[in-house]
Ligand binder design. Structure first.
Ligand code: ADP
Length: 446
């Protein structure tokens, strides 16, 4: 069953059951109260009759007294030794039936309901007797029948707006779902990542649309990333693979007889293999860098992390790497990712300069700043906007010599975004370059 039909059926049925129960309750309550009231009136009449009978002389005719107290369209029976079962009745062929457990009994007289009350009575001779007073309940039955039809009419009339509102409710709920399904289908068929228009109002449907649009955006971004990764990888790997292939062919053709050529070939092949390894690793790092669940935030001392990043550089290259600034700078960050970011900046500073490299820490309000400065050739102004683009290199020949891939700063930028930090560059050609990481001390949005 469709959701819309289910909403119709369920709400209509539920409202019908509620209305039917309320109407039935009202009907029976009213009937009960009306019969109770009639019984009370008959009981009062019976009590007055008992008093009047007591006041009678033994010679008086009790029937005329009983007749005076008989209700209209009714009957009175007095059973007792004295009155000798006196009875006066307007009802033909009617004998009272009484139930001592009930305050009154209802029986049918010629198809019409009649209500009888009984009360004990001590007759003039002191014997135990009873008075039964009966009256036809035709008026009550008529009123109850009218009430019944009114309630049925009200229930039926109320079902019309109930049905209309259930149709409207079904439409309100299912329309956005229908829109969502159509968009999803179109996305599947056209392999696109279309979003749907956000509905008015801040309800659950609005939340669902937001969640869907967010999911589409992520899927679209991931798809783009994947496409870019594949095209970047195939494009960038083509050159080293061609170099490897041509040198391998050269070795095959000329053999290892010419030692100089063989050495050059092996040297070049090794260099290209190392470059390919670095390239694939950096590409993989880039592909993974914006996954928030890969970042493990914790309280860390940025000073300690900077020292740890600098130490292997000093050992490997025997160059001067200085760390300056406060002894402790605490921040909530991912220590491993921050170190990876610093490695990239330090490695660039080392590659593109010959002098000392200086890391300066700054403990600000809510932010910690780490700058990596070198005294190299600097970066021309026109190159700066492209520095963080993938595979961008300033002066291809120069960088080829340094063995770079053009991915380092793109990866550094992605990591800085993952850490919630700002990565900026300042450079003066001929003087040097400073890369600055502006890191929040507390995790934003956590
Ligand atoms: P690469 O692998 O070529 O180093 P990067 O993305 O790390 O790639 O850097 C991009 C380019 O930016 C480099 O090719 C280099 O020309 C320039 N660059 C990066 N850091 C520095 C620096 N400290 N001094 C001068 N130029 C730099």
């Amino acid at each position: 069953m469709k959701l819309k039909t289910r909403i119709h059926v369920f709400t209509t049925l539920l409202m019908f059951i509620i209305l039917a129960l309320v109407s039935t309750g009202v009907y029976f309550l009213f009937a009960h109260m009306t019969y109770d009231r009639q019984a009370e009136q008959l009981l009062a009449r019976g009590e007055e009759l008992a008093v009047a009978l007591h006041k009678l002389d033994p010679t008086d005719d009790s029937k005329s007294v009983i007749l005076a107290y008989m209700p209209p369209s009714g009957a009175v029976w007095v059973t007792g030794a004295d009155e000798k079962k006196a009875s006066v009745s307007q009802l033909k062929k009617f004998k009272p039936e009484t139930d001592p457990d009930k305050p009154y009994t209802i029986t049918k007289v010629d198809g019409t309901k009649a209500l009888t009350v009984s009360l004990p009575y001590i007759d003039r001779a002191g014997g135990v007797a009873a008075i039964h007073v009966t009256q036809l309940s035709g008026d009550i039955v008529h009123n109850l029948s009218t009430l019944r039809w009114i309630l049925i009419g009200i229930t039926a009339a109320a079902m019309i707006p109930v049905f209309a509102s259930s149709v409207a409710l079904g439409r309100i709920v299912t329309q956005p779902i229908g829109r969502l399904t159509r968009t999803m289908r179109a996305n599947r068929e056209g392999a696109t990542y279309e979003k749907i228009d956000e509905p008015d109002g801040r309800d659950e449907l609005y939340e669902m649309t937001l969640a869907y649009n967010d999911m589409m955006e992520r899927l679209g971004r991931n798809y783009e990333k994947q496409e870019r990764f594949v095209s970047d990888a195939s494009h960038e790997l083509k050159t080293p693979i061609t170099v490897l292939e041509s040198y391998a062919r050269l070795l095959k053709r000329r053999g290892f007889g010419d030692e100089a050529v063989a050495n050059e070939a092996v040297e070049t092949m090794l260099g290209e293999a190392v470059r390919m390894k670095m390239l694939t690793q950096q590409l993989l790092d880039l592909a993974r860098s914006d996954k928030p669940d890969l970042y493990k935030f914790e309280q860390a001392d940025v000073r300690v992390l900077a020292e740890e990043a600098v130490r292997p550089m000093r050992q490997a290259y025997g160059r001067e790497f200085a760390v300056e600034g406060p002894e402790h700078v605490l921040a909530e960050t991912d220590p491993e990712k921050l170190k990876q970011l610093l490695f990239i900046l330090l490695d660039n500073a080392r590659k593109y300069s010959d002098g000392p490299v200086k890391v300066t820490l700054d403990d600000g309000a809510g932010r910690a700043c780490i700058s990596v400065a070198d005294y190299g050739p600097g970066i021309p102004e026109e190159a700066r906007p492209h520095l963080f683009d993938r595979f961008y290199r300033v002066g291809t020949d120069r960088n080829r010599k340094t063995g770079g891939t053009g991915l380092g700063l793109a990866l550094a930028k992605e990591i800085s975004i993952g850490l919630g930090a700002d990565l900026t560059v300042e450079s003066v050609v001929g003087m040097g370059t400073v890369f600055r990481v502006d890191l929040p001390k507390e995790r934003e949005g956590a």
